[in-house]
Structure formats: structure tokens, C-alpha cells
Design a protein around this ligand. Structure first.
Ligand SMILES: [Ca+2]
Length: 138
């Protein structure tokens, strides 16, 4: 429950806690945007899972830039550059169009972070199938 409260405050930026402050300081440091006060913050001891979560966020923003949304070309570049071991490179426009339409739940012709994380969840779930022994599958 405490973790969920921290996660909620990170995403809503309401009542930030020390954890969220450290999170933003660490993220800014990783993205090379630390300010004087943030550069004084110590790097929190994050787990491998937390580090992976932060990498997902950082990667999204690396490709979305200031607009914080992925256009179709951004999504193609991200998938082809960052996910090519898990997803076959997108070469056909029809493939990109279909994937983009599937992810763009609100139909605004951009992929926001919540729409992007659905792709990460789907691919991660598919990868998990490779790690689950056949007798444990339902
Ligand atoms: Ca959208």
C-alpha cells in the first residue's frame, strides 16, 4: 500500500514524498538535466525492477521529447532501435499503422505514456510465456 501511495504521488505530483523527490532528482541526473539543488541529491538505492521502470520512462521521453507524446515516426524509431530483440523491426507502413491505431486508445494520433506502457506490458507478457514451463501454463 505504501508503495502504491508513492507511485500515486509520483504520477500525480501531489504531496510529493522524499521518495518522489529522490526519484525526480535521480531521473534528472540520468537525463542530464539536473539543477544545482537536484545535483546535490544522493542517488536512491533502486532495485533492478525499479531501474527497469525508470529506463522505460526515460526511453519514452527520449523519443517523445518535449511534447511527451510519440508520433507515428517516433514510435517506429523507438521500437526499431530499442525493442528489436523482442519485436521484429517495423518495415511496412501498414504494420506501423495497425500497431499505432491499436495503441492510440483515445484516437488523438499520438501515443501518450499510458498508451505506450500498454505496449510494454503486452511485449513483456509475451516474453514471460517463454519463461513459464509448459506444465505451469493454465
Ligand atoms: Ca493517444
Amino acid at each position: 500500500m505504501l508503495l502504491l501511495m508513492h507511485a500515486y504521488s509520483v504520477f500525480n505530483e501531489e504531496n510529493p514524498t522524499d521518495v518522489t523527490i529522490n526519484f525526480f532528482a535521480w531521473q534528472n541526473k540520468r537525463m542530464g538535466t539536473d539543477s544545482n539543488c537536484l545535483s546535490q541529491a544522493t542517488k536512491p538505492a533502486v532495485s533492478d525492477l525499479e531501474s527497469s521502470m525508470l529506463t522505460i520512462i526515460q526511453t519514452f521521453h527520449q523519443y517523445s521529447g518535449q511534447k511527451c507524446n510519440l508520433k507515428k515516426a517516433d514510435l517506429k524509431e523507438l521500437i526499431n532501435n530499442e525493442m528489436n530483440n523482442f519485436i521484429v523491426k517495423i518495415k511496412e507502413n501498414d504494420t506501423l499503422d495497425k500497431l499505432f491505431a491499436d495503441l492510440d486508445q483515445n484516437g488523438d494520433l499520438e501515443i501518450d505514456f499510458k498508451e505506450f506502457i500498454a505496449l510494454i506490458a503486452m511485449v513483456t507478457s509475451a516474453c514471460n510465456e517463454l519463461f513459464v514451463p509448459k506444465q505451469q501454463k493454465n
